[in-house]
Design a protein around this ligand. Structure first.
Ligand code: NAI
Ligand code: MG
Length: 352
């Protein structure tokens, strides 16, 4: 078997952690002997934008569409406004390929020190609606620069979009031992789209009588995540809410440098995209100290998606031995470099 993977390291530490992740994927393919990767690197980045005026060249998405998966680093530069870099690259791919299910697992890996009491109980998967809602891009500004200026940011929620993300979340919850799903909205203060979210959730719930459901308002759920982490399993929320909750989940489980994301097109009409949840981290970029564990865990999700479940499990086990060994980067309180950690996991994979 050969898997064609498009690699878009992007900006900042994206370059460092994706290079590390590719080495680990190569080591796994070599170890397994029954599959290979054909990687193709794409230089779609803020540097390219500053030089050529575009992140994605003409015909770029059509080319990308032919790959089995996309391995993405991060995008964001101090020289480009964040709303430009995000929309021109990452969201262009997510929305262009209808990657409507964003999946973010969170758990405390062995040896990782979370400052949260009871954090070892965290074992969540946050399912984020990834195609509409608050990030639809609708709205605008009138009377620009004047005292009476108004900016609107219009969330768009469609029944179709809501139904498919809920069904995805229910199926995921059903596949896990606890079979629990928590719905998160803000349907008290926001009375149209959020209320529709709730209604569709309870309609879809009828198809999944074995899944244990409950609901929270987004503000309340933050306290529950911190105070009663053991009471939650799968969480489904809108684009904005789940974006915020998943950063909180990553921090509670030790570091933003560990957490992975899959942007899935579940129907496989288009390739799915896998990325660590962190950004380009201006403060540490170029120093060789970024934690690559997020990109390794991301690689495990990518393998799983490609059907390489044995390799994916092998990688997760290697990641856990790595974090348990105490060889950790600065964000986790250690002093190891990106390269130290990458070499350690590669030789562990070779020796297993
Ligand atoms: P960030 O995730 O880049 O960094 C936040 C903090 O976490 C920084 O102190 C950073 O050093 C630390 N950190 C993040 N990843 C780490 C790792 N692997 N190892 C060690 N420490 C790590 O978020 P920030 O600073 O808000 O954004 C920086 C840029 O990245 C912005 O331009 C932003 O728009 C972009 N961004 C892009 C994302 C993406 O491409 N998916 C996601 C988040 C931010
Ligand atoms: Mg985020």
């Amino acid at each position: 078997r050969s898997h064609r993977v498009a690699v878009i390291p992007g900006d900042g530490i994206g370059l460092e952690v994706i290079e590390a992740g590719k080495k680990v994927l190569e080591a796994l393919a070599q170890k397994s002997g029954d599959f290979t990767f054909q990687f193709e690197d794409f230089d779609w980045s803020s540097q390219r934008y500053l030089e050529k005026g575009e992140y994605i060249p003409e015909g770029g998405l059509e080319k990308l569409a032919k790959f089995d998966a996309i391995y993405f680093g991060a995008v964001g530069s101090q020289d480009v406004p964040d709303h430009v870099s995000l929309w021109e690259l990452r969201l262009a791919i997510c929305q262009g390929f209808d990657q409507y299910a964003n999946v973010r697992p969170a758990r405390v890996l062995p040896g990782v020190n979370s400052r949260l009491k009871g954090a070892e109980e965290i074992d969540w998967v946050i399912v984020r609606e990834n195609s509409e809602g608050e990030y639809s891009g609708n709205g605008g500004r009138v009377h620009q620069g004047h005292a009476e200026e108004v900016g609107t940011e219009v969330s768009v929620f469609t029944r179709k979009g809501i139904e498919r993300i809920h069904r995805f979340a229910f199926e995921l919850a059903q596949s896990r031992p606890c079979k629990k799903l928590t719905l998160v909205t803000k349907s008290n203060a926001q009375r149209h789209g959020m209320v529709l979210w709730d209604e569709v959730f309870f309609e879809v719930a009828k198809e999944f009588p074995d899944v244990d459901i409950d609901r929270e308002l987004v503000d309340a759920v933050t306290t529950r995540m911190v105070l009663k982490p053991e009471t939650m399993d799968v969480i489904v929320a809108t684009n904005l809410h789940a974006d915020i909750l998943s950063d909180l989940a990553a921090a509670l489980s030790g570091s933003l440098g560990i957490a992975p994301t899959a942007n899935l097109n579940p129907e496989k009409t288009f390739p799915s995209m896998f990325e660590p949840i962190h950004g380009s981290a201006f403060d540490i970029a170029g120093k060789g100290i970024a934690n690559p564990v997020g990109s390794f865990w991301t690689a495990a999700m990518l393998l799983d998606h490609l059907g390489e479940t044995t390799a994916s499990e092998r990688l997760m086990a290697a990641i856990e031995r790595l974090t348990a060994s105490g060889l950790q980067t600065k964000d986790l309180g250690g002093s190891a470099t990106t390269r130290d950690v990458t070499q350690a996991i590669c030789s562990d994979i070779e020796q297993q």
